[in-house]
Design a protein around this ligand. Structure first.
Ligand code: MV4
Length: 511
């Protein structure tokens, strides 16, 4: 059964709301924004065809109040709701409420969201579907002597995880058997407080894995394909910072194996829509199922760029009941893409959110460059939400070209007002381990232990010295213009020497 979608309400804000609206416009679908008090004149509101106010600034009084969102959709006469990421995107109750209101929820079925949202049930589904998992177990009774025996059998270090967890909450690493009981109780208590669900389980702890995830697309007719992997190891405090596709260590054989595994758990769970299957990959390239994200992810554009697929357009087609337009054999990778998440955070102050007005904002462009921005010049960055302001996504023929173009694009980016992570990304693009593709989830901790990423390498030190010298000379001769306003002293590299020539012949043309 197919049902044409004419109007979509986007239950989100910022760059992802804008991203979904662009797909709507490409498809001739009317887009409806929702907004809180703080977002009255936000970019996503200006980009929409229509907009509805849904409450005060705090998200638990606006973007998270699903009755308000559904009422707006009904009032607008929308056919469907796209939840973006975060907010209500993985809320099974919300997906069900959409269904009950006669609205298409652009995502998996409520039952699938519920099943995979429970990390323990997801793990058990993965086992049933034949996916490798790290040695581990469900725990019935924490005081059971068998539990201690089980831990010994698995071997330390052991990781205690919360069934309701995600994003690292309710996790405990245990290296010493003596600390085991206390860790179990602590994790259970924390999980109970955070999620109202104190169930925990244990797994063998991998100390220095990569985080690699597989993108999947499944239609309502039982067809399911994968679109390769994204390498997401560069993260801090469970927040991804840089992602890329493909992974520098991937082989076609391993991609095929991991992709098939992802498709298998999708089929086992009755998956419909776009989704992501996360894996940990060990130094010896063994991979282990981690969890399934039942939403469009922040980092989806790197997959779009290397596979030439519009994932949001595919989500919409799937929601309309269309059959997948691609067979697995149609999916071919081309080149390399890197995403830098541009956060309004101050790397020099421990990545504290930095709010205020964007007094200057100029985004890069040129070959291979895509910027998914949620803001424009003079936008206000509110304190209430995730501080992501844009994603810089860059394509190259190979990883090396993608890195060089990313560096160039980062140089071109201009932001004044709030502090951003742009400088931080510039440092990583010059990092030798990064350039070698030598990554793990501990990359940032190991490379920048005190957040002191502003360690100039020889090349940058030289550039800075030359720029400082030129600066002095330029000031004396009064022939230099600063090419843009920027707050960082490192941007002295961006001074331009302007040669003014007195005796230029006029060619008669007007300028
Ligand atoms: C692990 C692990 C090592 N061993 N499981 C972190 C969040 C949650 N989704 C699962 N996580 C991990 N599970 C085992 N058996 C290490 C992590 C982990 C991690 C995983 C992906 C990306 C970043 C991470 C940062 C710290 C820990």
């Amino acid at each position: 059964m197919t049902r044409k979608i004419r109007k979509i309400l986007i239950a989100n804000r910022g760059e992802i709301a804008v991203r979904v609206m662009r797909a709507c416009r490409d498809l001739g679908i009317t887009s409806v924004a929702v907004f809180s008090d703080a977002d009255r004149s936000a970019f996503h509101v200006r980009m929409a065809d229509e907009a509805y106010h849904i409450g005060p600034s705090p998200s638990n009084q606006s973007y998270l109040v699903y009755e308000n969102v559904i009422n707006a959709a009904k009032e607008a006469g929308a056919d469907a709701i796209h939840p973006g990421y975060g907010f209500l995107s993985e809320n099974a109750e919300f997906a069900k409420a959409c269904q009950d209101a006669g609205l298409i929820f652009i995502g998996p079925k409520p039952e699938t969201i519920r099943l995979l949202g429970d990390k323990l049930l997801a793990r058990e589904t993965a086992v049933k579907a034949g996916l490798p998992v790290t040695p581990g177990a469900r725990l019935q009774d924490h005081n059971d002597k068998a539990v201690a025996a089980l831990a010994e059998e698995i071997g330390f270090p052991i990781l205690v995880k919360a069934a309701a967890g995600g994003g690292g909450k309710g996790m405990r690493v245990v290296s010493d058997p003596a600390e085991f009981k206390e860790a179990l109780a602590g994790a259970a208590r924390e999980a109970k407080a955070a999620f109202g669900d104190g169930r925990v389980y244990i797994e063998k702890y991998l100390a220095r894995p990569r985080h690699i995830e597989i993108q999947i697309l499944c239609d309502q007719h039982g067809n399911c394909i994968h679109l390769g992997e994204r390498e997401c190891s560069i993260q801090r405090r469970h927040q991804k910072v840089i992602e890329e596709a493909p992974s520098a260590v991937m082989t076609p054989e391993l991609r095929e194996k991991m992709g098939t595994a992802a498709v298998n758990i999708a089929k086992m769970s009755g998956y419909v829509g776009a989704g992501t299957v996360e894996f940990l990959v060990d130094q010896d390239m063994s991979f282990y199922f981690l969890e399934v994200n039942t939403r469009l992810q922040v980092e989806h554009p790197v997959t779009e760029m290397v596979y030439g697929v519009d994932l949001v357009a595919e989500q919409i087609a799937i929601a309309e009941g269309e059959k997948l337009r691609y067979k697995q054999s149609d999916i071919a990778i081309r080149g390399h893409a890197i995403e830098c998440r541009i956060y309004a955070e101050d790397p020099e102050e421990g990545f504290m959110p930095s709010t205020g007005t964007l007094k200057n904002y100029r985004i890069p462009a040129g070959p291979g460059v895509r910027v998914d921005s949620g803001v424009v010049i003079f936008s206000e960055i509110p304190v209430f939400y995730d501080p992501i302001i844009a994603k810089l996504v860059v394509w190259g023929r190979d990883r090396d070209e993608a890195i060089r173009r990313t560096s160039r694009a980062l140089e071109e980016y201009r932001v004044s007002g709030p502090k951003t992570t742009i400088e931080f990304h510039r440092a990583v693009m010059h990092n030798e381990k990064f350039r070698a593709g030598d990554l793990s989830t501990r990359f940032l901790q190991e490379e920048y232990p005190d957040n002191n990423y502003i360690v100039l390498d020889d090349n940058l030190r030289m550039q800075a010295a030359i720029a400082a010298a030129l600066d002095t000379v330029a000031r004396e001769r009064k022939v230099a213009l600063r090419n843009d306003s920027a707050d960082s002293p490192r941007r002295r590299c961006g001074w331009v020497t302007v040669h003014r020539r007195r005796n230029l012949k006029s060619f008669g043309g007007s300028r």
